[in-house]
Ligand binder design. Structure first.
Ligand SMILES: [Zn+2]
Length: 472
């Protein structure tokens, strides 16, 4: 914990934005959300280990969303995101933002095992354990709020604060280091179990997974999984889990196909590409896999990395013959076609896949990228506009739209959309700068000019309010 206090920018304390209720006894849910959102933005843009992969992120939110819907307080709203880190860990930040290490996804032997850790984290959020724990460790509380506040400040100010990335990782590590009390752990186990059961997963996976973690601790002592440092585990917790299981009738729960696809992709993207190809070739040859389609998909991803487009396509087609219907497979298929020079064919695969999975965000982004790469900017523009109607707060769609405008030489619209993307992330100052650029771009027509002017006035008002809040 001492390492956190050694953080060097304490003099910035005077500039800290008002944390609202944070200074009072307990952090309100609204304040938690605000802090969590700012740290999340910071992680997304400045944290190198943030895994910017819409397919993995989409899967985590699909799985996490299914659990959240079954938890005691679905109204909180949850957001799950992948962290590229081989250690076994997951962490809940204030406000329902839950980071999941790729190491955890790969260590889980079934989807129910992964779900059991997520359900446990969800319970920490619904029970407000973070705020309550901060309050308990009063010594910690101001320091950690300060660090979070710095992350907040960094995210709000447009100046490239050198410590921004540090602030965010420090804030993240507060959550990573914050060790929950035994009482909170018991509560999270109990509620997580109920969530797991209600969502239809195998409740026995919980004790199975935690038992393996505990065994690993005993073998490696100093190299215990990070997760156990923040969630102290003992034999008692495991026997509690087992007692609960005994009251539930056994039911076999098969893994979703996506679970295997996501794991295959993570493995295929890891390390040396030649090794990845070889590993999957052996897997496919020896038929040692929980899912043949996923192993062939993994091989396809490794081959795409090697730019062996035809080889990748062959694996995709073999997987499709197994009647594996997955948007991830369609994307690999489209990429393999485009790689072989058949852009029209590749784009058509995307179109058909999107028709079948209309709001699969990862497919839409990939299709948008492909359209831009093929210089079909009018089509990428139309795609972004259409999709934004369903997901008006989607940052990646804003970027697709902005890129399309930029490529079409429409500078003022490009800056206007970038402004909206910053505004969505609470970066009002950066948004204002973009709108000023939009204002001065020569290509805006009269109607567009007045839209830009009105929005600029609105954001400047917002900025003033934020300043007032800061010095309140
Ligand atoms: Zn815990």
């Amino acid at each position: 914990m001492a390492g956190v206090l050694a953080f060097g920018s304490l003099q910035a304390a005077n500039d800290l934005p008002e944390l609202g209720e944070a200074a009072s006894e307990e952090l309100s849910l609204a304040a938690e959300k605000r802090i969590g959102q700012q740290i999340m933005n910071d992680i997304r843009w400045r944290e190198p280990s943030y895994l910017d992969d819409p397919e993995i992120e989409g899967y985590l939110n699909q799985l996490g969303g299914r659990l959240a819907a079954a938890c005691s307080d679905p109204g909180i709203g949850f957001y799950f995101f992948p962290i590229n880190d081989p250690t076994i860990n997951a962490f809940a930040m204030p406000g329902g933002f839950i980071g999941v290490h790729t190491g955890l996804i790969l260590a889980a032997q079934s989807e129910s095992e992964l779900a059991s850790v997520l359900a446990h984290e969800i319970a920490h959020v619904t029970q407000r354990h973070i705020a309550r724990q901060l309050q308990r460790e009063k010594q910690m509380s101001m320091a950690s709020l300060l660090v979070m506040g710095l992350a907040l400040l960094a995210a709000r100010s447009n100046t490239q604060m050198a410590s921004a990335a540090m602030a965010s990782s420090q804030a993240g590590s507060i959550q990573a280091q914050l060790s929950f009390s035994r009482q909170f752990e018991r509560e999270a186990d109990r509620m997580g179990f109920e969530t797991l059961q209600k969502a239809g997963f195998d409740v026995r996976a919980m004790s199975g997974f935690f038992q393996r973690l505990l065994r690993a601790t005993q073998v490696y002592e100093n190299n215990a999984p990070v997760y156990l440092r923040t969630h102290p585990l003992n034999v008692e917790r495991i026997s509690d889990m087992q007692n609960r299981e005994q009251r539930v009738r056994y039911k076999q729960v098969p893994d979703g196909l996506d679970f295997h696809f996501v794991r295959a992709k993570l493995r295929a993207l890891k390390g040396n590409v030649g090794d990845a190809v070889k590993d999957f070739q052996v897997l496919v040859q020896d038929r040692k896999y929980p899912s043949e389609a996923a192993s062939r998909y993994g091989l396809a991803i490794a081959l795409l990395r090697q730019r062996d487009w035809a080889g990748a396509e062959q694996q995709v087609l073999a997987a499709k013959k197994l009647r594996a219907a997955s948007p991830m497979l369609e994307r690999a298929y489209a990429e393999s076609r485009i790689g072989q020079g058949d852009a029209i064919g590749g784009l058509k695969i995307y179109q058909e896949a999107i028709a079948r999975h209309p709001h699969n965000a990862a497919l839409v982004y990939a299709y948008g990228d492909a359209l831009i790469a093929q210089q079909r900017f009018n089509e990428s523009l139309k795609l972004a506009e259409e999709q934004l109607r369903f997901a008006p707060r989607d940052i990646r769609l804003h970027h697709l739209l902005a890129r399309s405008y930029a490529a079409l030489g429409r500078a003022s619209q490009n800056h206007r959309i970038m402004a909206e993307s910053y505004a969505l992330q609470g970066q009002t100052l950066a948004a204002i700068e973009q709108l000023e650029l939009a204002q001065h771009a020569p290509d805006a027509n009269f109607y567009e000019q007045s839209v830009i002017d009105a929005r600029l006035r609105e954001l400047k008002r917002r900025r003033l309010e934020e300043e007032k809040e800061k010095y309140r």
